[in-house]
Ligand binder design. Sequence first.
Ligand SMILES: [Fe+2]
Ligand SMILES: [Fe+2]
Length: 296
Amino acid sequence: MKTVSNPLFQKLVSKVEDNLLPLPTTIKELIILDINKTSANDIEGIIQKDQSVVARVLRLANSAFYGFNQRISTIAHAIVCLGFNQVKSLAYTASSQNIMLMGLDNYGFDKDTLFDHSLSVAIGSKVLAEHVGITNPDELYVMGLLHDIGKLIINQYAKEELDKAWNIYKLGSLKFFQAEERVFGFNHGTIGAAIARKWNFPEDICTAIEFHHNPEDAENYIKHVYIVHLANGIAKTLDMGSGIVEQQDVQIEMDGVFHEKNLNKLGLNKFNVLEIRKTIFNTLKEFMTQFRDSAS
Ligand SMILES: [Fe+2]
Ligand SMILES: [Fe+2]
C-alpha cells in the first residue's frame, strides 16, 4: 500500500467519507459475504433486497448467452441452473452498473464507456485467472470490474487538475496515468484503492486496483495485480471502452502491457495471450449484447 499525503488526495478521500460516492448496498453485502465464505441462501437473501438487481440478474440468466430452455423465474432457480459463482458475478455486475453510469465526461468517456470497459476487464481477468490456475477466478472478476473506480471520484471532484493532466498527456511523452501522477502526485489506481479500503474491501482487491497501471510496484498479490493489468491491456486492444484519452497511444500502451517481463509473471507467452484474447473477445461479444438488453 502506497501512503499518499497531499491535500488533493485527502479531499477526494473525504468525499467518500461523506458518502458522496455511495457504494451500492448489494456490492457491500456481497463483499462481506465473500470474506465470510458464503452459502447459496445468503446470496439469495442479499440479491433479493434490491429488486432492480433481481430483475437484471434474471433477465441475464434467461438470455441466449446461457441458453436454458426453461424459464428461470427466481434467484434460487438461477443458482441451480447457473451455479452460485456465476449468479454472484451477475449480481456484482448488475449492482455496479448504476455508479458506473455516472459517467466520466472529464476523462472524455461517454456514458456507457466506463461500464463497458469495466465489464471487459472483469471478464478478461476471470478468463486469465482460469488459464493461470488461480483458485477463485470469480474474485478476479470483481477486481476487474472495479479497477477504475478511482476515476469516478477524480472526474467529479478534481476537474481542474484533470484538465492539467490532459494538457500534459497531449504533449505525447507520458501515458495518461503518468500524467495524472505528474499533476496529482498519485494516479486513479491509488485513489481507487483508498476508496476500496474505506469501503472495507479485502486487501487483495484493494491491491489489484491500486497497482493496475504499475504492477511492478506491488509487493503482494502479484498475480492478481498482473492479471488485472493484462486484462486492462487486452480490453484496449479489443477497443472495449478505452475512451478518447487512452486511444491516442494504444500501440505504446500495448508494447508495455504485452512485454515479456509482464507475461512471465503469469507464466504466459505472446502465443498464449493471443489465444486467451480470442476467448475473451468471444465471451465478451455475446455477453455485452445480452447485458445491454437486460439493462434497458
Ligand atoms: Fe486504469
Ligand atoms: Fe482500465
